[in-house]
Design a protein around this ligand. Structure first.
Ligand code: ADP
Ligand code: ASP
Ligand code: MG
Length: 453
């Protein structure tokens, strides 16, 4: 017996439910996901899934190994993980035959080739979500929910051709809306991946399934976008750094954006904008603890007893300090400077300026040799690697004097040296740079200051 959907197809409630890698990490987790979806069936769920945990990493490794004529072991591991899950769910291997054959032939071809470019890497990575979506859809059918797996492009998820960080095309929104509304089953859609109009597979960037869910949610004007993960929502900091981190019940789109942008991995930074544009609430929920109410992200989060809501941290940052007396009283210097970053497609995260100096950070310092050479033509340049951004966020900070003083006093007590400080124009965050080795200690000290423990 199949449970009927209350609608789909032309009206009523639609929700997007996205499940991350650990949520679909093994057979038991997939059973659990299916039962969570079933419990929301009256709200017409549109399901988005990530690859099984660690499979994306394995696929990237496979692509790189193939270029060196290796990769057999990794390929066998990827097959074993998925076949193991099928075995435990009692699903026939035939379900994944086509995908796994295609992956095998891709790997064989890659062996005769050079090291994988961004396009090849995206093609390899796509198998994670293409496979997990099939398993989840099959499990849903097993428990009486009519479901079907879709590669996102089958429903119109087309992107530009920026492999590794593709952006959905404008037309994707209307196609997704039209195609999803026609369905009379629960779609289980691949997160993270898309296709160009020339039929090339793209990815949205690591962790991008959240973004897929938000784009689909905006496209169909969903009532709610649910991000199901492995913790009880957005917390006061990463619970892996401070074990007493607490769930924040409500945050604003602006606060969530800052946190995601500055390292709170629980949400991909691009997730917020599509939801915010259509004012769709985003819920962050725990698939390991579905009764927990998690975090709701809305336009206005209202009052919270905490001035500081959360502390985010992003490691592996490179800081570039530029000093030039030519800046003094001159105009056009900053423009010249940022033009150089633009030319080398390096996006700058944090900036702080003084009369004769500018400090800024980038999170990807691949091939910066040429960029630094050009900077040296106009200024003295100092490059410092292995830094971390710490970001303290809360809308209450806007109205509360003394937050910065308290933050830096707490760090001073721990003898942590701060390299650079910046406060966003929105005044809902204080962002600063410390050495990578001091990152966890900084987060712990600030967490203790604001949340105790
Ligand atoms: P998924 O596979 O479900 O997408 P991710 O691993 O991408 O999950 O994100 C969840 C992880 O984000 C958590 O396990 C946690 O360690 C980390 N994290 C970092 N900062 C935060 C935060 N402020 N609140 C909650 N989790 C956080
Ligand atoms: N599977 C992809 C990754 O590991 C996308 C995601 O999980 O959101 O990055
Ligand atoms: Mg994630």
């Amino acid at each position: 017996m199949f449970l009927e959907l209350t609608k789909f197809h032309g009206g009523g409630i639609l929700i997007v439910m996205k499940f991350g890698g650990t949520s679909v990490g093994n057979a038991e987790r997939i059973r659990n996901v299916a039962s969570i979806v079933k419990s929301h069936i009256k709200r017409n769920p549109v399901v988005v899934v990530s690859a099984v945990t660690k499979i994306t990493d394995a696929l990237i490794r496979l692509a790189k190994e193939c270029a060196q004529g290796k990769g057999d072991e990794t390929l066998a591991h990827i097959e074993d993980v998925h076949y193991g899950i099928l075995g435990q769910l009692d699903i026939d291997k035939a379900l994944l035959k086509e995908n796994l054959e295609e992956l095998k032939s891709l790997a064989a071809k890659a062996k005769s080739g050079r090291s994988p470019d961004a396009e090849a890497l995206d093609y390899f990575q796509s198998f994670g979500e293409r496979i997990s979506s099939k398993i989840v859809a099959e499990q849903l059918n097993r428990i009486g929910i009519k479901a079907k797996a879709f590669d996102s492009w089958e429903l119109g998820f087309f992107t530009d051709s920026k492999f590794g960080s593709a952006e959905p095309l404008k037309i994707a929104y209307s196609s997704l809306d039209k195609n999803i509304r026609k369905l009379e089953i629960v779609p289980v859609i691949t997160g993270f991946i898309g296709k160009t109009e020339n039929n090339e597979i793209t990815t949205l960037g690591r962790g991008g399934s959240d973004y897929t869910a938000a784009v689909i949610g905006a496209a169909i004007d969903a009532d709610e976008i649910q991000i199901w993960t492995d913790v009880n929502g957005i917390m006061s900091t990463d619970p892996k750094i401070a074990s007493n981190a607490k769930t924040i019940g409500k945050v604003s789109f602006a606060e969530a954006s800052e946190l995601a942008y500055f390292g709170a991995r629980v949400l991909h930074p691009k997730t917020i904008l599509p939801a915010m544009n259509r004012n769709i609430p985003v819920k962050v929920l725990n698939s390991f603890n579905p009764k927990n109410s998690g975090t709701t992200i809305v336009r206005k989060a209202g009052k919270n007893s905490h001035i500081v809501k959360a502390i985010a941290c992003k490691k592996g940052i490179t800081m570039i300090s530029i000093e030039s007396t030519r800046m003094l009283g001159a105009y056009g210097f900053l423009e010249q400077l940022f033009d150089i970053f633009y030319k080398y497609s390096k996006s700058v995260d944090v900036v702080s300026t003084s009369e004769v100096g500018v400090s800024l950070t980038i999170d990807n310092d691949e091939n910066i040799g040429e960029l630094v050479k050009e900077l040296k033509e106009i200024s003295d340049v100092n490059v410092l690697k292995n830094k971390a951004i710490i970001c303290v966020v809360g809308e209450g900070m806007r109205r509360t004097p003394g937050v910065a003083g308290k933050v830096f006093t707490a760090l001073g007590k721990k003898r942590i040296n701060v390299d650079m400080i910046s406060q966003g124009a929105s005044e809902i965050n204080i962002t600063f740079i410390v050495g990578g080795k001091d990152a966890n200690a900084s987060v712990k000290a600030l967490h203790k200051e604001y949340f105790g423990g």
